[in-house]
Ligand binder design. Structure first.
Ligand code: NAP
Length: 339
């Protein structure tokens, strides 16, 4: 029998954590012992792994004895505090929060784009999973960049509420149902009502006027693609439950025709080309939700510049944008690096 690995899921009761558990099951990851960690509020709750009960334990510094891989999705503060403790106990951490992403000693990995970066995991014992919007954008852009060298990206996002976690999913659900019954909505997760609305604010504002989410897309894309691309982003929250959409405009060094972009994307790993506008076929969040591919369509030449292209890119933010990407990293880690 091939080797099995002891896994800890940190934030197991959350939107990303529960999807990570499902991904481990679906992909038949060689799991030995599994532990589920969350806050004291959830300690004692019974979840399952492959039909067997697993009791949720409170996350502490002593939670990582004998753990080979710790999948973190319990917020940046927990990652900052507990990843070093997990690494000191011998676990490799794969972290979904933004805590370690820009640390030069921590690889920031999208397996379809820069799997080779995983080799640097040993410096801190931590590998960072990028921001959900960044992941789907670089999966779509990598094959185009390899062919035509991207100089500049202008991206606007249309991000689902599941990107904020389980409380936001419940808030949209409650607001929609309440408003349809004529009740005034309770607003607690977002600064404004999200039902039947769009919020041009994701995370807090920096002095520059950009939000932290927008700057994550700028900085993380450059780190993952290892390229000095000029990027500007606008991140918008929309009343969609699952699936982030992005309007992406690129300027390339070499001419990239629509036909060539389609040919490259058709064979690109992790991408599904959905681009038949005459038949009304293009990527939509309802088609992206519940699967792992990044859907790309609406490919058009940007006629306002010499070498420009527009694309519409959609993926499941909880799966490819978080859980699946983390489990794919774990698969490479055990396949190539851990003994
Ligand atoms: P969520 O649904 O709110 O879940 C949060 C998880 O963290 C829960 O399991 C919660 O446990 C746990 N937690 C909270 N406080 C804790 C504490 N003091 N000690 C231990 N565990 C604690 O949020 P989420 O959407 O899954 O996001 C989790 C992380 O993944 C965040 O860092 C987020 O930025 C990142 N991420 C999310 C997405 C996405 O699309 N949602 C994408 C990429 C990255 P309790 O149930 O016990 O409170």
């Amino acid at each position: 029998m091939s080797k099995q690995w002891n896994i800890a899921v940190v934030g197991a009761t959350g939107a990303v954590g529960s999807q990570m558990i499902e991904c481990l099951e679906e992909r038949d990851f060689p799991v030995g012992k599994i532990s589920y960690l969350a806050s004291a509020r959830s300690a004692g709750q019974v979840l399952e792994f492959k039909g067997k009960p697993v009791v949720v334990e409170e996350l502490t510094r002593n939670s990582f004895e004998g753990v080979d891989i710790a999948l973190f999705s319990a917020g940046g503060d927990r990652s900052r505090e507990f990843c070093p403790a997990a690494a000191a106990a011998g676990a490799v951490c794969i972290d979904n929060s933004s805590a370690w992403r820009m640390d030069p000693d921590v690889p920031l990995v999208v397996p379809e784009v820069n799997p080779q970066a995983i080799a640097g995991y040993g410096k801190k014992g931590i590998i960072a999973n990028p921001n959900c919007s960044t992941i789907q954008m670089v999966v779509a852009l990598k094959p185009l960049h390899d062919y035509a060298t991207i100089r500049r990206i202008v991206v606007s996002t249309y991000q689902a509420v599941s990107g904020t976690g389980s409380k936001a999913i419940a808030e949209l659900d409650r607001q929609v149902k309440g408003l349809l019954q004529g009740k005034s909505p309770d607003v607690s997760v977002y600064p404004h009502q999200i039902a039947f609305n769009c919020l041009p604010q994701i995370d807090s504002f920096e002095e520059s006027g950009y939000t932290k989410e927008e700057m994550k897309m700028v900085n993380e894309t450059r780190k993952i693609m290892a390229a000095d691309i000029r990027i500007t982003a606008t991140a918008v929250r929309v009343p969609v439950f699952y699936g982030h959409s992005e309007s992406v405009n690129i300027e390339t060094e070499k001419k990239l025709t629509v036909a060539k972009a389609r040919e490259l994307l058709k064979k690109a790993p992790g991408v599904k080309l959905v681009d038949d506008p005459a038949k009304g076929r293009y990527p939509m969040p309802m088609d992206a939700a519940g699967q792992d591919l990044t859907l790309v369509g609406r490919i058009r030449e940007d006629e306002s510049i010499e070498n420009g292209l527009n694309l519409w890119v959609v993926a499941d933010n909880i799966r490819k944008g978080a859980a699946t990407n983390a489990v794919q990293i774990a698969e490479i880690l055990v396949g190539k690096y851990l003994k």
